[in-house]
Ligand binder design. Structure first.
Ligand code: GTP
Ligand code: MG
Length: 588
């Protein structure tokens, strides 16, 4: 039945709207990277809107599918047999003469002059659960194309486990199913039939969510009846079944199923894709959590550095304060009249000042700076080790979850990035050269200290500069002594000189402390930031991937949700335009 010209206006509109919706869905899935192959069923089902109605007969091997087809069409058109018999998808369509030919690989086309075939195509399929696995695969692949599925089971083993599994697949594609229990001629007692009926009803309801139309038949008797043994017709159970098919598959019935079929297929494709998207988002949320841990580590690392830096800097500062304190004591002790003889010897002043005041301060400052550098280098390395550990743990967790999973583009992209970022971090840790890192840092620190000293004082030039201040004092005193005002020195000049010297010492040391501390802090903060940045840069490709994919997937998730809603609405619309005929109860 080709749709279109025969349809009423509202039917035409539903058909057009459905085509648009399905086309949009297809385009959206393709944009999201769903492969052509995965879209094939959807594309086929859209195309099928224009094709003849397909009534597809499925079931376990030997249940009598082929016999059922022969009985329905009233002629032995397809071979029957006790072993797995039907090996090809066999499409039966109308023709003025009987013919049979292979149409494609594993697809046979049979024509026969049977009126029913003018309106619908009947498809006989290879049995499921046969030893020949390829048979089941053929049928499974064909199921999405069915407009109506006739599920044939045999009364001597009704609703087997494998049939349940297969029926679940049929259901996933949103198919309408009619249940046929064949070979009822094998049992004679009505109670047995009732028992089987209850059994099939309960089980099919569990799988399908509702009891499908259910018929008990003998295909063998039905065919015999049609071929000259009319007394077998009534007991064959075919009369109610054929009436049901006639009623259900009248023009509107076929239209309804045709319109519903692609919606069912689309629903399934959307479900599958949603599951994929959810699963990927699940993977990414693990990644997100890991990257957040790394960010937290880094923030903590920055806080730790800051916290530990302060006491280390204070220790350096203390060295200078100590020196200043010694200086104050020195001036108190030295700039007295009683020491005038010493004061007059410039070299002596310098010598004692260097020995008692400056002392080992520059060396200690230098050592403290070196310690600070080593500490920073160790902290940097530890941070890399931590990141490497986290990446490795995430990869291990991922590998565990990978068991049995198929590898797609997303998974392989993600795995590749994790691998390369992880390897890079590992490489940094393995080749970490503490000495070289410390050397580079020390160079920077030395430059900072030198910069602080450029205006006169620094750890290195410290001794010389402060000594100079002391000798200036000495020179002044010498000059005054020469002027012959020795008497005044003790009472007026020396106390004033002492005050000035102490003040000057304080100012100089204080200025030096400020500059040194600022320079060290700037240097240190630069290094800490560089260390953190290097780690961030290291994992950047990975976190970029996680962020970008996460955004993309969440957008797709929302879009799939919208499509699921629209498909549901379209089903409701088909229901209104072409309402379902009241389904006869399980007992026809
Ligand atoms: N007693 C009885 N036997 C039947 C009936 N229908 C089919 N058979 C027999 O059951 C066997 C299997 O029938 P087929 O129609 O070949 O079964 P099938 O489901 O097509 O099997 P495969 O093509 O192998 O999947 C054959 O020997 C048939 O003669 C029936 O109604 N009553
Ligand atoms: Mg068969």
């Amino acid at each position: 039945m080709t749709l279109g010209p025969l349809l009423s206006d509202p039917e035409q509109q539903v058909l057009a709207a459905e085509r648009t919706l399905l086309g949009d869905l297809r385009a959206s899935l393709a944009r999201a990277g769903v492969t052509e192959e995965a879209l094939a069923d959807l594309v086929r089902s859209i195309a099928q809107l224009d094709e003849l109605f397909l009534l597809v007969v499925v079931g376990e091997f030997n249940s009598g599918k082929s016999a059922f087809v022969n009985a329905l069409l009233g002629r032995p058109l397809v071979p029957e047999g006790v072993t797995p018999t039907t090996a090809e998808i066999t499409v039966l369509s109308y023709g003025s003469t009987e013919s049979s030919q292979l149409a494609a690989e594993r697809t046979r086309l049979i024509t026969a002059p049977v009126d029913l075939l003018r309106e619908i195509h009947v498809v006989d399929t290879p049995g499921t659960n046969a030893v020949i696995r390829a048979h089941e695969a053929l049928t499974t692949h064909f199921v999405p194309r069915a407009d109506l599925v006739i599920f044939v089971t045999s009364i001597d083993r009704p609703f087997s486990e494998s049939e349940r599994v297969f029926l679940e697949r049929v259901r996933a594609w949103g198919k309408n199913v009619v249940f046929v229990v064949n070979k009822q001629d094998l049992v004679s007692r009505p109670e047995e039939i009732d028992e089987v009926r209850r059994f099939v009803e309960t089980n099919s309801e569990q799988v399908l969510g509702s009891v499908p139309p259910l018929f008990f038949v003998s295909a063998r008797d039905a065919l015999r009846a049609k071929q000259g043994q009319p007394e077998l017709w009534a007991p064959s159970g075919f009369e109610p079944l054929e009436r049901f098919i006639r009623d259900t598959l009248d023009d509107t019935g076929r239209l309804r199923l045709k319109l519903l079929n692609p919606l069912g297929v689309a629903g399934h494709v959307v479900d599958v894709r949603r599951a994929t998207v959810d699963e990927r988002l699940g993977l990414l949320s693990g990644d997100f959590a890991m990257l957040e841990d790394v960010e937290r580590d880094l923030a903590q690392y920055e806080r730790d550095l800051e916290r530990d830096f302060a006491p280390r800097m204070a220790a350096i500062d203390n060295v200078l304060l100590e020196m200043e304190r010694r200086g104050q004591a020195y001036f108190d002790e030295m700039l007295r009249l009683g020491r005038i003889a010493d004061l007059l010897k410039k070299s002596r002043v310098q010598e004692t000042f260097e020995r008692d005041v400056v002392s080992d301060a520059p060396a200690i400052v230098e050592r403290r700076v070196d310690e600070l550098i080593d500490w920073l280098v160790e902290a940097d390395l530890r941070q890399w080790q931590q990141v490497t550990g986290r990446l490795a743990a995430q990869r291990a967790a991922y590998r565990d979850r990978m068991v049995g999973g198929e590898i797609d583009q997303f998974r392989s992209d993600r795995a590749r990035l994790m691998q390369s970022v992880g390897n890079e971090a590992q490489r940094v840790v393995e080749t970490y050269d503490r000495r070289e890192e410390a050397r580079v840092l020390a160079e920077g620190a030395r430059n900072a200290v030198a910069a602080a000293a450029a205006t006169g004082v620094g750890a290195v030039g410290l001794g010389a500069i402060v000594s100079l201040a002391a000798t200036t004092v000495a020179a002044d005193v010498t000059g005054l002594a020469m002027a012959g005002v020795l008497g005044a020195i003790g009472f007026f000049i020396l106390p004033a000189k002492r005050r000035r010297a102490k003040l000057e010492m304080r100012e100089k040391v204080s200025a030096m402390r400020t500059r040194l501390s600022a320079a060290m802090r700037a240097q240190f903060e630069g290094e800490a930031a560089r260390s953190v940045q290097r780690i961030r840069d290291g994992i950047a490709p990975y976190s970029r991937f996680v962020r970008a994919e996460g955004e993309k997937l969440r957008a797709e998730q929302a879009e799939l949700g919208r499509f699921a809603g629209e498909l549901e609405a379209m089903r409701a619309r088909v229901d209104t335009i072409v309402p379902a005929r009241p389904v006869p109860p399980g007992r026809p």
